[in-house]
Write a protein that binds this ligand. Structure first.
Ligand code: UD1
Length: 418
């Protein structure tokens, strides 16, 4: 468990190139299990990708990694048993169940782990498999599925779950007939998965809208693909400039994907300029509160930026109520921000009231999940004195050497491994 040591107070200025998206790379790597040989460029070097590659190897794929390019040869894959150790580390491991069901008509799996954000059921995934014709058996810690024959059907999701939408896309890719997902998630990472699958020979349309249609094919072909840039990493670095009264230029961003994020920073008083493939943000001396902010599925403000914008709002002029409407308890960062002098009150369930303070102060705080850990780093960059963010392992799940990027922007931050 490493930790970050930060001396706050420096304005961050400069340029960063945004790397590949974690939330796009993980489903694409699971999709590689459906195919033949996949060459995947722009894969971030983060621990969740490493864990996903371990799963592919355990399933019998030939995996190699050269810089940020991963090659997965799934032709020799024979196992349909997902490994417990890796599955219980990451929620996204769930995506292998759809791929295995589609390819082998069966799988055995363990309840997926991941960041603790409250109850994270898998009912939408399993009910969809049942609709496709699988027999799903659920135990306390494990679950299994078998199918003599799967057949495309219409599936209407109760909630536009990102993971369930992706899992159904994978399950339907090699399944006979047409599968239609209604109330599908519209996140940009769903479009990236569709683009990868189509490049590999699948027939998928509609990603990015509420209806995704998959027409089953018999097999996929070799594919070479480059993962989209990470919109949440981009949002986090914009936030780092905003909270330190700095000015950054981020290269390799898709404006439409990050619009719900930068629009909020504009409302808070930051000057945002769009350039081709890039975005610039220059922060005022003090940001303004937002009054009210709700997280919701795309294209609304993303839940994966809620902890980071909370850190900003903690130092803004005025107040804000945040309604975390996607996850039941995405709040592990709140008590840690309060240790740094933030005034945040949990009003009711997932509703938080933040009264901006002029200055946070350094403290020893604990990352307890990925984005919450990033929020503590942001708070540390703005705080007076020294902040130690413990348990960096959570941050490393989704940010590739974040301290290096922040150092390059002028931050006084060190990563201490232990
Ligand atoms: C993905 C992202 C995560 C992001 C989230 C919401 C990846 C690897 N992770 O997670 O970073 O925070 O989308 O944008 O891409 N739900 C159910 N039943 C289900 C599935 C989900 O009730 O079967 C509920 C969840 O408990 C949660 C909500 O739906 O309250 C959203 O979850 P979902 O969209 O599925 O998120 P993930 O795919 O897990």
């Amino acid at each position: 468990m490493g930790e970050y040591h930060i001396i706050g107070g420096r304005r961050l200025c400069g340029e960063v190139v945004i790397g590949g998206s974690k939330n796009a790379a993980l489903p694409i790597l699971a999709a590689a299990a459906l195919g033949r040989r996949s060459v995947i460029h722009n894969c971030p070097k983060i621990s969740d990708v490493e864990c996903t590659l371990e799963i592919l190897e355990i399933l019998g794929c030939d995996v190699s990694y050269d810089g940020r390019t991963v090659v997965v040869d799934a032709r020799g894959m024979a196992s349909h048993a997902l490994p417990k150790e890796q599955m219980t580390k990451m929620r996204s491991s769930m995506l292998f169940t759809g791929a295995l069901l589609s390819r082998f008509g069966q799988f055995s799996a363990h309840n997926p782990g991941g960041c603790e954000l409250g109850k994270r059921p898998i009912n939408l995934h399993l009910n969809a498999f049942r609709s496709l014709g699988a027999k799903v058996t659920e135990g306390e810690q494990e679950f299994f599925a078998t199918a003599d024959r799967l057949e495309g059907c219409k599936i209407c999701l109760d909630f536009p779950s990102v993971g369930a939408t992706q899992n159904i896309m994978l399950a339907a890719t090699l399944t006979q007939g047409v599968t239609t997902i209604k109330n599908a998630a519209k996140e940009p990472e769903i479009i990236d998965l569709q683009n990868f699958l189509v490049a590999a020979g699948a027939k998928v349309t509609g990603a990015g809208t509420g209806t995704v249609v998959i027409e089953g094919v018999d097999e996929l072909r070799d594919v070479e693909y480059s993962v989209m840039p990470d919109r949440i990493v981009a949002g986090t670095y914009l936030a780092a400039a905003a909270i330190t009264r700095g000015s950054v230029r981020l290269k390799n961003v898709v404006h439409g994907d990050i619009r719900p994020i930068f629009e909020k920073f504009s409302e808070m008083g930051a000057a945002v300029t769009l350039e081709e493939g890039a975005i610039c943000l220059a922060a005022p001396d003090r940001l303004k509160g937002l009054g009210y902010l709700a997280t919701n599925p795309h294209p609304a403000f993303p839940t994966d930026m809620q902890p980071q914008i909370m850190a900003l709002l903690a130092t803004a002029r005025g107040n804000c109520t945040i309604d975390e409407a996607v996850f039941e308890s995405r709040d592990k960062h709140v008590s840690e921000l309060v240790k740094m002098g933030a005034q945040i009150e949990n009003c009711n369930g997932s509703i938080f009231h933040i009264e901006g303070v002029a200055q946070l102060h350094g403290a020893t705080v604990y990352a307890k999940d990925l984005r919450g850990g990033a929020a503590l780093i942001l708070a540390g960059l703005a705080a007076q004195g020294k902040t130690v963010v413990k348990d960096a392992v959570y941050v490393e799940r989704g940010y590739e050497a974040m301290h290096n990027d922040l150092q390059a922007l002028g931050a006084d931050i060190k990563f201490i491994s232990s």
